[in-house]
Design a protein around this ligand. Structure first.
Ligand SMILES: [Zn+2]
Length: 396
């Protein structure tokens, strides 16, 4: 009886604290970051610059001790004009049916199809003039290698929707991904891709909330996304408007509370183009990283119905154990542990010898990853309360 009572009280207390955090701010932030003004936080129409200015203003609302924008230059490939693919006279739908590879150099022309399969590699490796190589996604790496070596364009087909990313330099030849259905291989392919390399100024936005100790806990989230390929938008609602919203939500909360540590908030840019913002920040920190206790990086925060994964958990056992302990109150279904990986902005910190973890939510509600379907309407903020509460307790 006694035991039951104490367990219930514990549960109720936990639930009450969790419910105090709602998703109104996160939803509003997501809508703003998705709005037309920010051009899906990509590399055209000043999308990223405008988003950086908006984040700066959001930080400035709380009058932090230090706040600023850190700029650096790099280059990215953009696809400004509308790329087109016509297969046997039928125009394919950009985004849903096909995409050029993100590092595809410009390509225009009519091509005959040359099929690459195991038979081809077994009997001949001769390419015919003015052809586009045609290969299933099952032999993608081999086909891509061959196409690059022979400097031929390549059309890869498969059932998966094409995945897009951001690249900074061209590959030797263009590869295209086609979610194709056909009874016979196509014969004629007409392609037009006008990609170009753009010099771009990236912005990291940062703010400092000092606390009792000058030991620093740094909370980061990347606000950039893939932008667009021609007219096709990659909204990046879950990746990573959701993490940016969570980071800003934590910032607003901590600005009004007693702070045992000093908190540095970083909205990094250029993550999708190769962890550029965080790499630059680690080499050119705007605060002294000597006092850095640890980094919590947030990416893909809106789908927590199945809990979260902690990247670098095996190396950061103490932090991970503390999260498991906190979760007895919070009640996320799972806190999975994963080894370190170069998959988000925590990584440059760990490579420079700092302590860092990366959290991403895991659940089926947003399936679209690096896809035009990563839209706000699909973001249901499952588990947001619990994840917020978990991080908020961890960093106290
Ligand atoms: Zn991301």
């Amino acid at each position: 009886m006694n035991r039951f009572f104490s367990v219930s009280l514990f549960f109720l207390t936990g639930t009450f604290t969790v419910l105090a955090q709602d998703t109104v701010f996160a939803r509003k932030t997501l809508e703003i970051l998705y709005s037309k003004k920010f051009a899906v936080r990509g590399y055209v129409h000043h999308g990223q610059e405008r988003a950086a200015d908006w984040i700066l203003k959001e930080f400035e609302k709380e009058k932090p001790a230090q706040v600023g924008i850190q700029e650096f230059n790099d280059q990215v490939i953009i696809f400004k004009k509308n790329p087109s693919l016509i297969i046997d006279g039928k125009k394919m739908n950009l985004g849903s049916e096909w995409l050029p590879d993100a590092d595809a150099p410009p390509l225009s022309g009519n091509f005959k199809v040359q099929i690459l399969d195991s038979n081809f590699f077994a009997h001949s490796t001769q390419v015919v003039g003015n052809s586009i190589l045609f290969a299933p996604s099952s032999i993608r790496a081999k086909a891509q290698n061959f196409a690059q070596k022979n400097q031929r364009p390549l059309l890869i087909y498969g059932n998966q929707p094409p995945l897009w990313t951001v690249k900074r330099s061209f590959s030797k030849s263009s590869a295209l991904y086609w979610k194709g259905n056909f009874s016979e291989p196509p014969k004629d392919v007409k392609v037009s891709i006008h990609s170009k390399i753009k010099n771009h100024t990236f912005q990291n936005v940062w703010a400092v909330l000092p606390g009792k100790s000058d030991s620093i806990i740094l909370i980061s989230a990347h606000y950039d996304h893939l932008g667009q390929c021609g007219p096709v938008m990659f909204p990046g609602a879950n990746d990573n408007a959701s993490g940016t919203a969570m980071m800003l939500d934590l910032f607003h909360h901590l600005s009004k509370e007693y702070r045992p540590y000093t908190y540095v908030f970083c909205a990094f840019s250029g993550e999708e183009a190769g962890l550029l913002g965080s790499s630059y920040f680690v080499k050119n920190p705007t605060v002294s990283l000597e006092k850095l206790k640890f980094v919590v990086n947030l990416d893909l925060m809106a789908t927590g119905e199945d809990g979260i994964t902690v990247v670098n958990a095996h190396q950061e056992k103490e932090i991970y154990q503390r999260m498991l302990e906190i979760n007895k109150d919070v009640g996320l279904p799972q806190i999975a542990a994963r080894s370190n990986a170069p998959n988000s902005d925590h990584y440059p910190f760990t490579q420079a010898g700092y302590r860092a973890i990366f959290l991403y939510a895991q659940g089926p509600s947003v399936k679209a990853y690096h896809h035009p379907d990563d839209v706000p309407e699909k973001v249901l903020w499952k588990g947001y309360h619990q994840i917020f509460h978990l991080i908020h307790t961890l960093i106290q």
